[in-house]
Design a binder for this molecule. Structure first.
Ligand SMILES: CCCCCCCCCCCC(=O)SCCNC(=O)CCNC(=O)[C@H](O)C(C)(C)COP(=O)(O)OP(=O)(O)OC[C@H]1O[C@@H](n2cnc3c(N)ncnc32)[C@H](O)[C@@H]1OP(=O)(O)O
Length: 170
């Protein structure tokens, strides 16, 4: 895997919230209409991320034909959306809300329509309000080398303040 995304080597450790989703349970959608995780988003990805130990989560995206970009392969933007969502949901295990400031995707190999794409995400650490996270994707049927990977820099926000201001913009 190749990436130019720089993860600081002096991150502060991140901590799982006491009331975080239990290991093995689905992290609840943060918004029913979210394109990534919302059950009411008709055209969405409907990701269900299972909380793992610590600050980790796993989900499987069935790469449906509607997710195609090039013939027979996943659209890069769909993969980026899935990665963004996976890291965003995993971050929620800290009990905070963090929005994406930077998203970096390494498209290591084409991902065919019909693939069951397993995505493993984890929080790497903090620097003040900044949360560094990563995700790695594999073919669930034939695990081997990663097909893609991603990193995100997220910023912790007060959700009421953030989304009130975001929606007030003319
Ligand atoms: C109700 C339930 C809902 C639940 C909602 C759950 C969402 C999960 C869904 C998945 C996530 C998404 O898709 S979220 C949607 C996509 N993202 C967005 O819409 C975010 C739009 N951008 C923004 O609102 C803003 O730029 C923020 C919040 C990211 C940052 O603004 P701010 O709050 O004023 O903070 P600011 O001081 O600028 O930055 C804080 C620190 O981050 C650094 N920083 C900020 N941006 C960058 C950047 N692009 N590249 C490098 N570093 C950056 C700054 O240098 C600073 O570092 P230092 O000086 O401290 O060192």
């Amino acid at each position: 895997m190749k990436t130019t995304f720089v993860v600081p080597d002096d991150l502060e450790p991140a901590r799982r919230a006491d009331d975080a989703t239990a290991v093995g349970d689905v992290i609840p959608p943060h918004n029913k209409r979210c394109f990534g995780c919302g059950p009411d988003a008709m055209q969405g990805l409907h990701l269900q991320a299972i909380a793992g130990e610590g600050l980790t989560a796993t989900a499987v995206l069935e790469v449906e034909r509607r997710f195609a970009g090039g013939p027979g392969v996943i659209h890069g933007g769909i993969l980026a959306s899935a990665f963004d969502e996976m890291m965003g949901l995993t971050n929620m295990l800290m009990g905070t809300i963090a929005v994406t400031a930077v998203l970096d995707v390494d498209y290591a190999a084409p991902i065919q329509v019909g693939t069951s794409l397993r995505m493993d995400a984890r929080v790497l650490g903090l620097r003040g309000r900044k949360v560094y996270s990563e995700v790695v994707a594999y073919d669930a049927a034939t695990p081997g080398d990663p097909l893609a990977g991603g990193h995100g820099l997220f910023v912790v926000v007060d959700p009421v303040d953030h989304f009130t201001r975001a929606n007030a913009r003319p």
